[in-house]
Design a protein around this ligand. Structure first.
Ligand code: GAP
Length: 550
């Protein structure tokens, strides 16, 4: 649970990033990967439906994760309910902390998350805002308010300078006068001219709240200044009621993460599976967050799926396991086709760690709109089990038979978004290439270079022509392969166009039945990326394909 926007997913767009996203969204709809939810009613923001190919791709990603994580002797799987006892979310800290600061424009009713509002400002506008804040401090605020703000400014500066040493911040003496005169110093100029630091500085509630109160912020939608409400905390959990009475005693939440279903079942699973520490529990499931701003297609949605694993370890061994899982999870993305130069680590700076975390790294993927988190690896310490013990009154400790001692395990969490990984795999697969057509003319082919294991359709079967017994052979091949593999039969149009249609959805193999088939019972198998064709005997086709797809 990290509501602070610590990731670098807001970096400037790549030059053609918008175009790639537009093409992908259009391909997804046209070919049946993803549709807007409730489209015929104008759509519902932040919710998407997976079509026939999308559901296959998503399932293949989840299967690949499930196999990777649970086909180990020290990891068990579970599937917990989405609705949980409301005390779970008090214990977890979500009722209190799972919030975003948000402002409303009183004039045009636009609603903004504070950090997103500041993101919409140019670097020049941010600098101007900081300048006018510092000027107004001296001019218009009452002395006592001014003194408090001056201290807050320097406290914030000190905090930010631990993350950005290039600001060369020097502590300033405690007197307000010294600090006021320091507002014009080179350090402060450096802050105002460093977009990354100024945004962070301005979005701190201690700084942003008075800026709003002073009426210095202009609404990007209606252009009015001074029309924003004070920043309010907005809880991102969806609330609903169990039973017919809609009062506070019946409140339940749609889970905002799958992790809590694992923590509360720690002892159940441990007892049933007789696992000894260290061991993990994995789960894939839906999570819901009432995000104020959904964005970038599937990147930030209100309903999404997570693939989480909580690994319970003896305190003291947590750093070692943290590093182990970091490596494992990075390698998983590489194994399924992500090049390492499109992945990077982002460590959460100490002052941005979630309240439960001792250490946290995100794996970020380079999307067309910038770097964005796809998975978080967190050292959650003994926070979760201790809190559930405190709130439920049940002992959540583990008895270590070897050491003959009881303790509260530490937890290393690997938390990936299935929907976000889906989008990263989609973006990663998308390619436009020059390739010769059947007539030898060069043309652009769109090809989704999915890892064969993730590809929604594994093989397409084409009779070259609809006569001479070719369709009958093709249908027989289809009947033989279908129980083992997701295959697609296509007999319409020129074979070159059929190849292109399969390239566009990432089918790794296309099988063509041609005149040679009639003579020697072999077919051509064309590989999607190299476009190389091989002749394979029909009776060897299944083992040929399954070996390739292993
Ligand atoms: N249990 C820890 C946890 O939930 P998180 O960083 O809030 O941590 C983990 O979320 C992952 O869930 C993220 O890396 C991302 O892939 C996915 N995720 C989070 N919020 C999302 C959203 N609104 N839409 C899609 N995926 C989201």
């Amino acid at each position: 649970m990290s509501k602070q926007n610590t990731s670098t997913d807001t970096q400037p767009r790549q030059k053609d990033g918008g175009q790639v996203m537009e093409k992908l969204v259009s391909l997804c709809k046209r070919r049946g990967f993803v549709y807007q939810s409730s489209e015929i009613y104008g759509g519902l923001n932040g919710a998407w439906d997976y079509g026939p190919l999308g559901v296959e791709l998503l399932k293949n990603i989840k299967d690949a994760w499930w196999k990777e994580m649970t086909y180990r002797k020290n990891i068990e799987g579970i599937d917990a309910a989405i609705l949980m006892h409301p005390r779970v979310w008090e214990a977890s800290g979500h009722v209190e902390n799972f919030t975003d600061p948000m402002v409303d424009c009183k004039q045009c009713k636009a609603r903004y998350r504070v950090d997103v509002l500041l993101e919409s400002f140019s670097d020049k506008a941010l600098k101007k805002l900081a300048d006018s804040f510092f000027e107004n401090l001296e001019k218009t605020t009452t002395p006592s308010l001014r003194d408090r703000l001056v201290h807050d400014i320097f406290d914030e500066m000190e905090k930010i300078s631990t993350v950005y040493p290039d600001l060369q911040f020097q502590p300033v003496s405690d007197s307000v006068e010294a600090k006021l005169s320091h507002l014009k110093s080179p350090t402060m100029r450096r802050l105002r001219e460093a977009p990354y630091a100024i945004k962070e500085f301005l979005s701190s509630p201690r700084i942003f709240d008075p800026i709003i109160e002073l009426g210095l912020v202009q609404c990007p939608q209606c252009g009015n200044k001074g029309t924003f409400t004070p920043a309010r905390k907005f809880n991102l959990m969806f609330k609903t009621f169990v039973g017919p009475v809609e009062d506070s005693s019946a409140v339940v939440y749609l889970r905002p993460e799958t992790a809590q279903g694992i923590f509360v079942n720690f002892l159940n699973v441990q007892a049933a599976s007789r696992q000894k520490l260290p061991f993990g529990i994995a789960q894939i499931g839906k999570a819901f967050r009432n995000e104020i701003n959904t964005k970038n297609f599937l990147f930030r949605t209100r309903e999404f799926e997570q693939m989480e694993m909580q690994f319970f370890v003896k305190p003291g061994s947590d750093d070692k396991w943290f590093e182990y899982w970091r490596e494992q999870r990075w390698n998983w993305f590489i194994k399924y086709g992500m090049p390492s130069d499109r992945l990077q680590w982002h460590q959460h700076p100490p002052d941005k760690l979630a309240h439960y975390a001792k250490n946290a790294y995100d794996i970020e993927y380079k999307f067309p709109f910038g770097w964005g988190e796809i998975e978080g690896i967190h050292n959650r310490t003994d926070f979760d089990l201790s809190r559930h013990q405190e709130y439920s009154g049940k002992n959540m400790q583990y008895f270590d038979e070897e050491a003959k001692e009881k303790y509260t395990p530490f937890i290393i969490e690997t938390s990936a978004g299935a929907s976000r990984s889906f989008m990263a795999f989609l973006v990663n697969a998308y390619a436009e290439e020059e390739a010769p057509s059947a007539e030898g003319k060069m043309e652009t082919r769109v090809v989704m270079k999915f890892h064969p294991k993730l590809a929604p359709i594994k093989a397409a079967i084409f009779p070259l022509v609809n006569r001479d017994g070719m369709p009958e052979i093709a249908e027989k091949i289809e009947t033989e392969l279908r129980p083992h593999l997701r295959v697609f039969y296509d007999d319409s149009g020129a074979v070159g166009r059929r190849y292109r249609r399969q390239d566009e959805i990432g089918t790794p193999y296309c099988i063509t039945i041609d005149s040679e088939t009639l003579q020697n019972q072999t077919v051509t198998v064309r590989e999607r990326d190299s476009m190389v064709q091989e002749r394979v005997a029909i009776d060897k086709l299944l083992s040929y394909l399954t070996t390739k797809l292993m």
